[in-house]
Design a protein around this ligand. Structure first.
Ligand code: ADP
Length: 342
């Protein structure tokens, strides 16, 4: 059995760091918890917990413990126990006469509350800033089209362009905040690709028609369902397709989707291909950096803030994917995504 010395060291450590420690045997019986864990469970004496089944903290607690015991693999989890949030590590153990699980956990309830408050603030602020800005943009657009004098029209256009850039920047900064938020966990679900692709088509086709660009979807039809976060994945593809539209003046845009591994079906490849202006070879590895734009001059005809592709890359990393680009100046670009879909 784990010696008293180790228990004493563990308790001493927990006085320095707010750390909960516990030992659960292979039958799910709680063998020992440290002082800190006792308090977290709203108990004062060890005997209130020792010898009890871990189910006393809920069926889920037992299920995750059992899976560590059977798989013999360490597990890292965010758990809700006794109306508190914990960051927990469960480690399988089968030495020194003890077979079961050693657990360490941090109470992150306060951190989580602060994150939720920050998120609510950002969501409200985003709405409060976007609403009047959209109104200003609408009026500037009207002035740019219907102004009675050439100068009025030009001023209207400038207000519209600057406002649009501000709106895009605001959206991107808020997206980054959301991405860096640990509460913003990935929500994987089954995605019906036919429906998913149709939704993307509906979103993107108006801007393509506007520029006389044709849109093709090439999909391996055996690829019908994937398992991923549909909101994040849609945002990634819309971002890439919007860039394709922005930087293409004639020709076509293609979205190609296929299995990468025909037997195991665990990875797919998605490509967004355009026939646009392309990217110089020496700039290819920079386009995924935050705030990087190939043409960053104020007078450039391509509005943007250089945040889209960095967001795409970070989102894909969260989803278990990666992205690379190939391009030829004057001919077009091809962004290739590799994505885990199980
Ligand atoms: P933004 O489009 O807002 O400038 P991004 O991060 O989306 O920012 O893209 C960074 C830069 O990469 C763009 O400014 C542009 O120079 C280049 N780029 C991205 N996509 C394309 C594309 N499809 N064709 C040509 N250049 C592109």
């Amino acid at each position: 059995m784990i010696s008293n010395t180790i228990k004493q060291i563990a308790d001493a450590l927990a006085t320095l760091f707010p750390l909960n420690l516990f030992l659960i045997n292979e039958d799910g019986i709680i063998q020992w918890v440290n002082e800190h864990m006792l308090k977290a469970a709203n108990q004062t004496e060890l005997k209130a917990i020792q010898g009890k089944h871990v189910r006393m903290f809920g069926e889920k607690e037992w299920l995750t413990t059992k899976s560590v015991i059977t798989s013999k693999e360490k597990s890292i989890l965010f758990e809700d126990v006794c109306q508190k949030n914990f960051f927990t590590i469960k480690i399988p153990h089968s030495e020194d006469g003890f077979r079961g699980v050693i657990g360490l956990s941090f109470d992150i309830t306060a951190l989580r509350k602060a994150e939720v408050a920050k998120q609510t603030f950002l969501t409200n602020m985003s709405h409060d800033l976007r609403t009047p800005l959209t109104g200003i943009l609408g009026l500037a657009e009207i002035q740019a089209e219907l102004g009675t004098q050439a100068q009025d029209k030009e001023y209207g256009l400038w207000i519209y362009q600057a406002g649009k850039q501000l709106l895009e920047l605001l959206t991107a900064v808020l997206d980054i905040c959301a991405l860096e938020n640990p509460v913003d966990l990935i929500k994987k679900e089954e995605i019906d690709l036919t429906q998913f692709v149709n939704e993307i088509r509906e979103l993107m086709e108006p801007s393509m028609l506007n520029k006389n660009l044709s849109f093709h979807v090439k999909r391996d039809m055996s690829l019908r369902f994937i398992f991923s976060d549909s909101i994040k994945l849609k945002r990634v593809l819309v971002n890439l397709l919007s860039n394709a539209v922005k930087f293409t003046h004639e020709g076509e845009i293609t979205l190609a989707i296929k299995w990468l591994d025909l037997t195991t079906h665990t990875q797919i490849e998605m490509q967004v291909i355009d026939t646009g202006i392309g990217i110089p070879e020496d700039k290819l590895d920079k386009v995924f950096d935050r705030f990087y734009r190939v043409d960053s001059s104020y007078r450039t005809k391509y509005l943007g803030n250089g945040l889209g592709l960095s967001l795409v890359k970070e989102s894909l990393e969260q989803l278990g994917g990666s992205i690379k680009v190939t391009s030829q100046e004057g001919k077009g670009s091809c962004f290739t995504i590799t994505l885990d879909v199980l």
